[in-house]
Write a protein that binds this ligand. Sequence first.
Ligand SMILES: Cc1cc2nc3c(=O)[nH]c(=O)nc-3n(C[C@H](O)[C@H](O)[C@H](O)COP(=O)(O)OP(=O)(O)OC[C@H]3O[C@@H](n4cnc5c(N)ncnc54)[C@H](O)[C@@H]3O)c2cc1C
Length: 430
Amino acid sequence: MVGLVPIRIVVAGGNYAGLSAVKALYSTLLAPSADTSTDIASLASLAGLERPVEITLVDRRDGFVHFIGMTRGLTEPEYGAKLWTPYAEVAWLQHPSIKIHQASVTKITNTHVHTQTTADKTKVILPFDFLVICLGEGRFAPIGTAATSKSQFVEQINKTFGEIQAARSVAVVGGGAVGIEMAADVKCDFPEKQVTLVHSRPLLLPGPFKDEFRGIVSDILRKDIGVKLSLANRVIAQSPRSPDMNEGSDDPELVSSTATGAKLTLSNGSHLSADYVIRCLGTRRKLAGLVDLADKSIFDKTGIRVKDTMQVDASGLDNIYACGDICSRDTVKLAGVAMYGGYIAGRNIARCILYGSETQLEMGQKYSSKIMLLMGKDHFAMQIADEIWDTERTRQFATPDMGLDSCVRALALNCYPEYEPLEPIIPTEI
Ligand SMILES: Cc1cc2nc3c(=O)[nH]c(=O)nc-3n(C[C@H](O)[C@H](O)[C@H](O)COP(=O)(O)OP(=O)(O)OC[C@H]3O[C@@H](n4cnc5c(N)ncnc54)[C@H](O)[C@@H]3O)c2cc1C
């Protein structure tokens, strides 16, 4: 194998989707098999291939961040510190065929990923044979995080916690899932504070949910937790302005969405003064600038269109996959869906490597819309497709650590993934 050019797989973005893709590649191509010490060299030659693989995981951070727990992390910094797992602590990521490239992706073309290293801004261009795009969608800080290391992350969490702690009144702007959880976590952890959730529409929670569900969530927030709701009220001015209200950066995680001592002017003509304001106004990613693939038809307004195989939906780009929040989808974007997409993409790339690019690929299943809201530690609501679950029924799925341990286990961040042999799929005749 010495001297052979490896098969180069680049995974851009190393969180739920990206780590899941790398884990699937590890399980199928690199993990020792149960009965022999089979590694990629022997697997490749078994499959008639001669080349080893080289997997490069690119992320501007040096670790995994469990975003699901982020709102609680900001109100309980000891828990918050656990949300970051450095890649260096994940044993199987240290495999010699896996390289971690800590860098920002600046451009993706049909053949290369352009990067700039986090440490010294060196520009590095990575050619690839297979690419998995898992860059997610950006959220403004402090929900999205600009931190590139665990120590910076902990510092930022502590800073936000200190600001929340010092405020007597907190306004959360934006009543989507994140704003709802943020307002609930502040009020549950600091019951003495006045917490107001301001939302532009008459009902909370935009998305494919029932009005009845929205009503249940509003009642929990208002009656059970004590969050004041200001609905059908758009913030039309804020003084001082949060940085993200300026033209700002292309990268929302690098800009703060908070302000201290702010006065909000609302569309009904009223004013709201708050010692601390957190704006939770959704996601933003300038996809078309960053992902510069030849076929622009892969983009729609919710992201990159992909096939059920997780390959981008364009002819001639069969070696490029996209998974997670960056994909276009008509259902809610979720960590579970991102991990599943990464799993399918990783296995399909392994299939192509082992059995050739003409081999039959796996098809991912479609998920129905689902949302579970964790409002403090005692209040939950879930809607799966058309079914609404109340607090008591949802409680059994709502772990006190907000899914941290189950995601750590699902991504094998604390153990070695097992070898998963891949048999070729025999096409069935219809
Ligand atoms: C507060 C909150 C609560 C949530 N609750 C839930 C929940 O209860 N259940 C659920 O299933 N989902 C929940 N979600 C949604 C879930 O977090 C996302 O669906 C999930 O993060 C998507 O995973 P991903 O891997 O696609 O993207 P991300 O997790 O966003 O990862 C993208 C990765 O790409 C990297 N990256 C991005 N741009 C660049 C670049 N230019 N260069 C280098 N690296 C880059 C980032 O550093 C990051 O590591 C929640 C999200 C938030 C914010």
